[in-house]
Structures are given as structure tokens and as C-alpha cells.
Design a protein around this ligand. Structure first.
Ligand SMILES: Cc1cc2nc3c(=O)[nH]c(=O)nc-3n(C[C@H](O)[C@H](O)[C@H](O)COP(=O)(O)OP(=O)(O)OC[C@H]3O[C@@H](n4cnc5c(N)ncnc54)[C@H](O)[C@@H]3O)c2cc1C
Length: 485
């Protein structure tokens, strides 16, 4: 059985960031386990037409690795190139085992080590686990009646089948969220007909995207200017927290009114306007950015189906709707999102005293700094509960988590102990603070259901405040909140 000091599970930006930070801290005794047959996570997996980031690339990138971005919001292709650039530069392939799906991690109290079991029954032991399995990594498809009978082709946006030629085909897209709004304009002109099934409308704002002119790219090639532009982007986005948390007035003034005007300007037909206008506050669900979506909805070959015309069942030939339409189809694309609650940690974890993480999280997922859990020593969860951020780059939070994780590992080594475990009271105090702060936010008060919430109704995805507050918390390591053994 192979033994390591640290095992990282997942090779997306979370896993890459952990690996590079370990290297910078002089720890080379680690590996990355990745379930797919390629590395890279989100941007190497989500290759659907139109895929692109909705946070400015200067900020949606790792702080230690700048890049000659060609546009304000990188496309999937550019982000996958960036991901592979990071992987190659830091020689992470050598450190990665592919096709390694972790199915269980078990704490062995006597040895003070984790035992990791893979789907293929291989096992590893390690002192520390850094879990980076990504909350938006496991796609979900709702249980539509008759789905198994469909004789055409169907797939999830997360598993786009590039061998399938959609040109000239009759296509349905199920969903109208972040992935759907990118695919719809990207394929509408090539397909014969496109049926969009919207469950709930989302607030959409114009995307301030642009290709960087040559002189901007030349300017950005100077490190100090690149850094300054990244810094300016960070602070511009950070101000959005005021609207999300502290001021409905600011939210209406700067966002919701703008989105309403965008709808009015885009749709001459008042009936269509109603169909795409949400009945919840802007920001309650992720705000979507698109310049092409609304014009596409009004194309002749695009049919827009609201909740009242939703899918009743799927048949061998296509879709039957609640209002009695029978639609023949060649392709059904599910843009139906991810299992954000259970994929925070996508395998069984058995901690101290035989405790199962699923039981601890039965009511709702929770963790100290969204990262550490009592009775689960030496386990760190990247993008754990309440580390999501709606207003800025997820990578900022991932890198903030590294402050805490690296200090925790250093502390164990410096104290010549074997384990670090967060105290029950410390986790409890932190989680109570998070959910009390959450009460003021739009995610709690905005009147929507979203993947930000657990089945129990708690907002478990988002951090209720400024990202610099979270950063400060991760920088200020509190020894007294932990037990070392
Ligand atoms: C389509 C899409 C668009 C997005 N757009 C944005 C955006 O615009 N802005 C933003 O801030 N965020 C965005 N996100 C969120 C994005 O997930 C994060 O920004 C970030 O990429 C997360 O990195 P990660 O490493 O935590 O997870 P991932 O990139 O999802 O990586 C997780 C890795 O873990 C592996 N894995 C999972 N389970 C196991 C297992 N049991 N064993 C072994 N390996 C496993 C997976 O195969 C995957 O490679 C988007 C997400 C998606 C899906």
C-alpha cells in the first residue's frame, strides 16, 4: 500500500492550487487522485458550445500564475489552455493518478492516518487529505417519466458529445440557468428547431465582454500593470456585496432595475417579457450575463416553453408537454445543473469513533471556515460548505482556504504532533455566526429556491459577506480552536 503525507482528491483549480502551495511549502510527499482520464476539472470537462466564465479572467485565475488573456471573459477553450499551462508548469502530471475514483476515506485512529479506497479497490494511506472534488462536478438529470424510452440522443451539458452532429437537427434544451444560456445562442443558428424548457426565469444582465485590443494585451504583459488591473477588478466586484447583503435599495438601483430595462428593451412583446421576468429579488439565484440570449429566444426556429408548458413525459420520439404538445426530437440536452449538496465530498468518509460525515451533515453541510470538521482530523475540504461566492471569483476563496490549510499542516509539523482537529465549540460558533449573518442576505430573503440551499432550506453554498473578510479569517489561524495530538 502506498503511503503519502498528503493526498489531494480532485485535479481542478482547487487540487492544482493545493499542489502548488504544498510545493511552495517544501512538501513534495503528495499525490493527486483524479477520477477522470484527464486532469483539470471544470474547464476541461464542461466543453459544451458557448461555455465561458462569467467573472473577469484577470481575477478568475490563480494569483500565482498570470496569463496573456485574449479577452475580458475567457472562453472554455482559453481556460482549459490556462489549466493545462498551470498543470505543465508545476509538473502536476507527475504527481497525479488518473482513473482513480475515491469511494471511501476511513480514519485509522491507532495509526493516525487516513485509509483511502478507490473504486478499483486500490488503497492508499495518508496523514492529510485535501478534498477538492468540486461542488459543481457531479451532473444531475431529473427523473423525467419515460426518459429511458427516448430513441434519439441525449446528454448533459457537462458531458457534451462532440461526435454528435447537431446541425440541422430538432433539439430541446432542458433548463435556463448558467449553462443553458450559453448553449442556446451558441447552437440556435445551426439547428433545425430549438425547444427551450424553462422552469424558472433568471435575472439576466448584459455581459461587458470584449476582446482585448493588441495594446491592452501589451500593457497587461507588464506584471505590475497586470497586478494592478487584477486588483482593480477585485475591488470593483467586491462592492457588489453591499447590494447582496446590506441594501435592497442598492440592489434595485444598480441591478434589478437594469435587468428589468434589459428585458423591456429586448422584448417588444409584453407577454414574452412576463415569461422571462423572475418573481424573486435579483441576486437570490446567480445573476446570468448574456448579450445574445434574449435575441435568440425570439428567433423563428426557437420555441420557448414556460413552466405551464413543461415536460409531462419523454417518449420514444420526443417530449410531451403539460399543455398537450407532442414534440418530435433528435437531441435532448440536459442543462439541469449539478448535485451541489452531496458532491462537496463525493465519497463516503468515516472519521474518528466511526462517525460518518453524511450523518454529521444530515441536517445541512457545515464546517469551520468551510474547511475543517470536528471528529474528522487532518481532513480539509476545498470549496466546502458556505465558501461559495456570488459576486467574485471562486478561485479567490479557494486560494484563501490554502492559507488555513497550509498553516494547519505547518502547525502539526512544528508541534511535532500527528493530527489537528477543530474543536466542536469552534465549529459551532463559526457555523452559528455564518447562519446568523446569512439572515440578512438576498440568498435568504430574496424569495427563491436555488442550489445555494440545502434540502433543509439552509443556505449552504454561499459565504455571507465580503471575500476579504473570509480571507482575513483564513489568515488569522487560531490555535486555540484546534486540538493537536
Ligand atoms: C459550467 C461551469 C461554469 C462555471 N463558471 C464559473 C464562473 O464563471 N465563475 C466562478 O467563480 N465559478 C464558476 N464555476 C464554478 C467552478 O466550479 C469553480 O470556479 C472552480 O473551477 C472549482 O474548482 P474545483 O477544483 O473546486 O472543482 P472542479 O473543477 O469541479 O474539480 C473537481 C475535480 O475532482 C474530481 N473528482 C470528483 N470526485 C472525485 C472522486 N471521488 N475521486 C477522484 N476525483 C474526483 C473531478 O473529476 C474534478 O476533476 C463554474 C462551474 C461550472 C461547472
Amino acid at each position: 500500500m502506498k503511503k503519502y503525507k498528503v493526498i489531494i482528491i480532485g485535479s481542478g483549480f482547487g487540487g492544482q492550487s493545493a499542489a502548488v502551495n504544498l510545493q511552495k511549502n517544501g512538501i513534495d510527499d503528495f499525490i493527486i487522485l483524479e477520477r477522470r482520464n484527464f486532469m483539470g476539472g471544470t474547464w476541461c470537462q464542461n466543453t459544451y458550445p458557448g461555455a465561458a466564465v462569467d467573472v473577469q479572467s484577470l481575477l478568475y485565475s490563480l494569483s500565482f500564475e498570470s496569463y496573456p488573456w485574449t479577452r475580458m471573459f475567457a472562453t472554455q477553450k482559453e481556460l482549459s489552455n490556462y489549466t493545462n499551462h498551470v498543470i505543465q508548469k508545476y509538473k502536476l502530471e507527475e504527481k497525479t493518478v488518473l482513473n482513480a475514483t475515491v469511494t471511501q476515506a476511513t480514519w485509522q485512529a491507532t495509526e493516525k492516518r487516513w485509509l483511502i479506497t478507490l473504486e478499483n479497490s486500490n488503497t492508499y494511506t495518508t496523514q492529510f487529505i485535501i478534498n477538492a472534488t468540486g461542488p459543481l462536478s457531479t451532473p444531475t438529470i431529473p427523473q423525467f417519466e419515460g426518459l429511458e424510452n427516448f430513441q434519439g440522443t441525449s446528454f448533459h451539458t457537462n458531458q457534451w458529445n462532440h461526435d454528435y452532429q447537431y446541425t440541422g437537427k430538432r433539439v430541446a434544451i432542458v433548463g435556463s440557468g448558467a449553462s443553458a444560456i450559453q448553449v442556446i445562442p451558441a447552437i440556435a443558428d445551426q439547428v433545425d428547431s430549438l425547444h427551450v424548457f424553462q422552469r424558472t426565469p433568471h435575472w439576466v444582465l448584459p455581459k461587458p465582454d470584449l476582446k482585448f485590443p493588441k495594446f491592452v494585451r501589451s500593457l497587461l504583459s507588464f506584471k505590475p500593470i497586470y497586478k494592478l488591473a487584477r486588483y482593480a477588478t477585485y475591488w470593483a466586484l467586491e462592492s457588489r456585496v453591499i447590494a447582496f447583503k446590506y441594501s435592497k435599495f442598492a440592489r434595485d438601483l444598480f441591478a434589478e432595475n437594469k435587468a428589468r430595462r434589459f428585458i423591456k428593451k429586448s422584448f417588444p412583446d409584453p407577454e414574452f417579457r412576463k415569461k422571462v421576468t423572475p418573481n424573486f429579488s435579483i441576486g437570490c439565484k446567480r445573476i446570468l450575463l448574456s448579450n445574445k440570449l434574449y435575441p435568440t429566444y425570439q428567433k423563428e426556429n426557437v420555441a420557448f416553453h414556460t413552466k405551464e408548458q413543461a415536460i409531462q413525459k419523454i417518449t420514444a420520439k420526443g417530449i410531451e408537454t403539460k399543455d398537450g404538445q407532442s414534440i418530435d426530437l433528435d437531441l435532448i440536452v440536459f442543462a439541469t445543473g449539478f448535485d451541489a449538496e452531496t458532491s462537496i465530498v463525493s465519497y463516503r468518509v468515516i472519521g474518528n469513533k466511526n462517525k460518518n460525515l453524511r450523518d454529521f451533515w444530515r441536517e445541512f453541510p457545515r464546517a469551520y471556515l468551510g474547511t475543517a470538521i470536528p471528529d474528522f482530523p487532518n481532513l480539509f475540504i476545498v470549496t466546502g460548505p458556505n465558501t461559495g461566492i456570488g459576486h467574485t471569483s471562486a478561485l479567490f476563496v479557494i486560494e484563501a482556504q490554502m492559507n488555513y490549510i497550509m498553516t494547519a499542516i505547518q502547525q502539526v509539523d512544528q508541534q511535532k504532533s500527528q493530527t489537528i482537529e477543530v474543536k466542536v465549540e469552534a465549529e459551532n460558533t463559526y457555523t452559528t455566526m455564518i447562519h446568523s449573518e446569512m439572515e440578512k442576505t438576498v440568498w435568504k430573503t430574496g424569495g427563491c429556491n436555488s442550489w445555494y440551499q440545502s434540502k433543509s432550506g439552509r443556505v449552504i453554498a454561499m459565504f455571507p459577506g465580503f471575500s476579504f473578510t473570509y480571507y482575513r479569517l483564513t489568515k488569522n489561524f487560531k490555535e486555540k480552536d484546534h486540538v493537536f495530538e
